[in-house]
Design a protein around this ligand. Structure first.
Ligand SMILES: NC(=O)c1ccc[n+]([C@@H]2O[C@H](COP(=O)([O-])OP(=O)(O)OC[C@H]3O[C@@H](n4cnc5c(N)ncnc54)[C@H](O)[C@@H]3O)[C@@H](O)[C@H]2O)c1
Length: 253
């Protein structure tokens, strides 16, 4: 859906936008005519992802930065807001979930657990605080945090960091409602993004898939569709929710 001269152009900031879900979110929003600002600590890859959107006819910029860096995130959000006078969508997607950070606490030790929570949890707060002044009062403003099926299943530090993301989603939804900003989360199940495809042993993939109800493989497109709905006017009455897109793996009440 392209915009026309009567439709104000929306701006979306997507953290962890260089690859995986973040890149797919950027591609999909750009196809809807949204100006996309990809943020990632991998500067070469984030610029390449933005250049690919531009080459396909979309509007995008790639900015380097670590989501835990409060000063840099303030600069990034101010830069993103310049194009169209503010920010309409923030996707807090950057996260550590590689094999290195999926280990038991006893194996990882304090430094790695601290970094895991710093990126996955504090990064969400840092970006939200930095984006808020640019989102206040924008019609239809909304944020989507990326949690995980692991949050609902217990038993890993990674899952615990994502459980904190689910909790923060409700807290931030309440605190930002007076600003007219909706805040929701998506908990993806196992989705074969490049990181997962490269790192997850086949046996683990099979074990995880056996926990699903659905016989289907989860795809990036499933998570993209959930994001598009949550950030659209169709979800105007939805805030403080955690939407599980897990093929039934993390079902529960
Ligand atoms: N792929 C899955 O099956 C799955 C399932 C559930 C949840 N998730 C969550 O979805 C999100 C994206 O997953 P993905 O598979 O696309 O990951 P990915 O590893 O492919 O991409 C993550 C991106 O985030 C960036 N990043 C990491 N730390 C950063 C930091 N401190 N500051 C800025 N950028 C940073 C990386 O450079 C990378 O480009 C993560 O939060 C992950 O925990 C993924």
């Amino acid at each position: 859906m392209a915009t026309n001269e009567n439709t104000p152009v929306r701006t979306a900031v997507i953290t962890g936008g260089a690859r995986g879900f973040g890149k797919a979110f950027g591609d999909a929003l750009a196809r809807q005519g949204v100006h996309v600002v990809l943020v990632d600590r991998d500067s070469a890859a984030v610029e390449a992802a933005a250049a690919a959107i531009r080459a396909a006819g979309g509007s995008a910029e790639g900015l380097a930065g670590d989501v835990t860096d409060e000063t840099r995130m303030a600069e990034v959000m101010a830069q993103a807001a310049k194009a169209h006078g503010g920010i309409d969508i923030l996707i807090n997607n950057a996260g550590l979930h590689s094999d290195e950070y999926g280990q038991p606490i006893l194996k990882m030790g304090l430094a790695k657990v601290r970094r895991l929570f710093e990126v996955n949890v504090i990064g969400v707060v840092a970006c939200t605080l930095a984006a808020r002044p640019h989102m206040q009062g924008r019609a239809g403003a909304s944020m989507v945090n990326i949690s995980s099926s692991a949050a609902h299943m217990g038993g890993s530090a990674y899952g615990d960091s994502k459980l904190a993301v689910a909790g923060l989603t409700i807290t931030l939804a309440r605190e930002l409602a007076p600003d007219g900003i909706r805040v929701n989360a998506i908990s993806p199940g196992l989705i074969l993004t490049d990181t997962i495809r490269a790192e997850l042993p086949e046996a683990t993939k099979a074990r995880v898939k056996a926990m699903q109800m659905s016989q289907e493989d989860g795809e990036e497109a499933d998570i993209v569709e959930a994001m598009l709905w949550l950030t659209s006017r169709k979800a105007k009455f939805v805030t403080g929710e955690v939407l599980r897109v897990t093929g039934g793996m993390a079902a529960g009440v």
